[in-house]
Design a binder for this molecule. Structure first.
Ligand SMILES: O=C(O)C(=O)Cc1ccccc1
Length: 310
């Protein structure tokens, strides 16, 4: 069993991945974070107590959700998100010194990096084979090996330079404003206090044989003025041909309107997985619609208690 580092945080490594950069951007992270070669291994490191928490990518603004993270959090032993970190990402094509762009035949990188440079690759390296690496920095370290069968990698500048590579093309992302969202994940414990600018992540398994089940689930949020910032379907591993919905909700489970919506969804769906309430990275506070504030719920509760004589 790997050494226990209960005061340290893990991340998708090796050093100089985007994930590493995102972790270093959080001021209160303990020193010496621990690199893991994949998202499942980083999350298992948290489950076994090897590290206290791990930062992993969950979504990027071009390619969408990171399935390795979404599925592991849904089906693996329960973990919760306690924080999110947003990182603008820029990609360069790095190769061993002396390599020309025209000589690049084989590229290795993380699939989310190649996906975000798809058009550039089609325009500039239409014949190149692009292989999947565990991370962008792992790709850089592979290409740095003179015996490597790969000629180039798509990675962050810091990863290319740290591995002694040179940029054969710079800023090759199809969308220069791409942002990746990372989440800090821990074993279940106290939910972070509400800040007024929070997010809640849920996975909902609907009753698939009921027509309109998705619409009724969305109504639970809409009727309480609760906005969603992400909803995506993933194939359900429980019943073939069915899907779960991974959802980010604006608000905290301590907000009465969010709790009310969650109870409504729980009553009317097959299963709901709570993956945590945590502060929003952009600190934007949602406008609470009239009649949906905590005080409104409290007054209505007191009114009903009065009627019931309780
Ligand atoms: O491979 C990395 O560097 C990561 O942190 C995963 C990733 C890959 C591409 C864009 C953002 C994050």
């Amino acid at each position: 069993m790997p050494a226990q580092q209960p005061d340290r945080f893990g991340f998708l490594g090796p050093v100089n991945t985007f994930c590493h950069q995102a972790l270093l951007s959080v001021p209160e992270v303990p020193a010496d974070p621990v690199p893991f070669p994949s998202v499942p291994l980083a999350l298992d490191g948290v489950r076994t107590g090897q590290v206290a928490a791990a930062l992993v990518p969950i979504e990027n603004s071009i390619e969408g959700g990171v399935s390795a993270t979404l599925d592991n959090l849904t089906y693996g032993e329960r973990l919760v998100i306690t924080r999110e970190v947003l990182l603008p990402v820029q990609f360069d094509l790095f190769a061993r010194p002396g390599t020309e762009l025209s000589q690049v035949r084989r590229v290795i990188t993380h699939p989310h990096a190649s996906a975000q440079c798809r058009q550039w690759l089609a325009d500039h390296l239409p014949e190149a084979q692009v292989a999947e690496g565990g991370s962008t920095a792992a790709g850089a370290s592979e290409v740095a090996d003179p015996q490597s069968r790969f000629d180039a990698t798509i990675c962050a500048r810091v990863a290319g330079q740290a591995n002694g590579l040179v940029a054969v093309a710079s800023e090759i992302a199809d969308n220069p404003d791409a942002v990746t969202r990372f989440v800090l994940v821990t074993r279940p414990g106290p939910t972070p206090e509400p800040t007024g600018a929070d997010k809640t992540t849920l996975v909902v398994f609907l009753n698939d044989d009921e027509s309109g089940a998705l619409m009724r689930m969305l109504e639970q949020f809409a009727s309480r003025g609760v906005n969603l910032s992400r909803i995506e379907s993933r194939p359900s591993r429980l019943v073939r041909g069915t899907y779960s919905f991974s959802i980010d909700v604006h608000g905290h489970v301590a907000d009465a309107r969010v709790a009310g919506a969650m109870k409504g969804v729980r009553r009317t769906s097959r299963e709901v997985v709570f993956l945590g309430s945590y502060p929003r990275a952009d600190r934007v506070r949602p406008a609470v619609e009239k009649g949906h504030g905590d005080a409104d719920y409290r007054l209505a509760e007191e009114w009903l208690d009065g009627i019931r004589g309780s």
